[in-house]
Design a protein around this ligand. Structure first.
Ligand code: PBG
Length: 307
């Protein structure tokens, strides 16, 4: 039996919270085990001066962590599921998906209480094309300005007066106990979340049977089903959280209700769709919804964005 687990993690406050959360869960399940963190800096943390969609897209925040797994410096990596690319490198895979935090986007502002209250011409910070296109669709009169950096950096930039409001994932703010920053949890009808938003996943070597067994109790079945459906949409559309794609699944008893959209970053065109089906067909439903969106013009929008 293993007596030590090393967790590779980014060093942002949120990444450390997530790694420490998994550490605590493992320590309480296995009191004899030593669990250590290995902090690392990724490309996504280093390149802060250009929009994420332009600097190599997928996997920006996970590559270095995966190298540590492959050469044995670490046993597991804890990820935000929305940052995890669909395909894993040879020899690595997702072991479990943990219980989801609130998946919504949060409206954060020092000036007003909600999106509706923003005056015409107000500057809203986000580096997410998904958030930008939905904001512009709802409020063409707002000005979207790029905003990069970890949660604390983004909040500081808003506090410095560069933005009237910013949009962040509710889950990140809740985990960091910054509840007072959340003016509004934006409903899915207004800002459909990114696939996997609010859920953590744990990656390890596919042949590390012991670690996979140790992690098994951390799996949350409902979250796993929902995130599987959402990720199937992203996979089919060949995009993730750096693309103007939203997809969000809810489980109603045994039925998945999956919604998705692809929007042009200017908010002028938006292809929306939804599908319902049995929870055993999570992946299939995601693919079907994506195909439906593609057939109705999502392919042209994505082509223009990926260029
Ligand atoms: N792309 C960065 C990122 N990846 C995961 C989260 C938040 C936590 C989560 O979704 O689990 C964030 C920050 C944000 O979007 O505000």
């Amino acid at each position: 039996m293993k007596d030590k687990i090393v967790i590779a993690t980014r060093e942002s406050q949120l990444a450390l919270w997530q790694a420490n959360n998994v550490k605590a869960q493992l320590e309480s399940l296995y009191p004899e085990m030593t669990v250590e963190l290995l902090g690392m800096t990724t490309k996504g943390d280093q390149i802060l001066d250009s929009p994420l969609s332009k600097i190599g897209g997928k996997g920006l925040f996970v590559k270095e962590l995966e190298s540590a797994l492959m050469d044995g410096r670490a046993d597991i990596a804890v990820h935000s599921m929305k940052d995890v690319p669909m395909a894993f490198p040879e020899g690595l895979g997702l072991a479990v998906i943990c219980e989801r935090e609130d998946p919504s986007d949060a409206f954060v502002s020092n000036n007003v209480e909600s999106l509706d209250q923003l005056p015409s011409g107000a500057i809203v910070g986000t580096s997410s094309l998904r958030r930008a296109c939905q904001l512009k669709m709802n409020r063409p009169d707002l000005v979207i300005k790029d905003l990069r950096g970890n949660v604390n950096t983004r909040l500081r930039k808003m506090d410095d007066g560069e933005y009237d409001a910013i949009i962040l994932a509710t889950a990140g703010l809740v985990r960091l106990e910054m509840f007072d920053r959340i003016r509004q949890r934006i409903p899915a009808e207004t800002s459909l979340p990114a696939g996997g938003q609010g859920a953590m996943g744990i990656e390890c070597r596919s042949d590390d049977v012991q670690t996979i067994q140790l992690l098994a109790p951390l799996q949350h079945e409902e979250t796993a089903i929902r995130v599987t459906a959402e990720r199937a949409v992203n996979e089919r559309l060949n995009g993730g959280c750096q693309a103007p794609i939203a997809c969000f699944a809810i489980l109603e008893d045994d039925t998945i209700w999956l919604r998705g959209l692809v929007g042009s970053p200017d908010g002028k065109t938006m292809i929306e769709g939804e599908i319902r089906g049995h929870k055993d067909d999570a992946k299939l439903l995601g693919v079907q919804l994506a195909d439906d969106l593609l057939a109705r013009g999502a392919d042209l929008i994505l082509e223009a964005v990926y260029q």
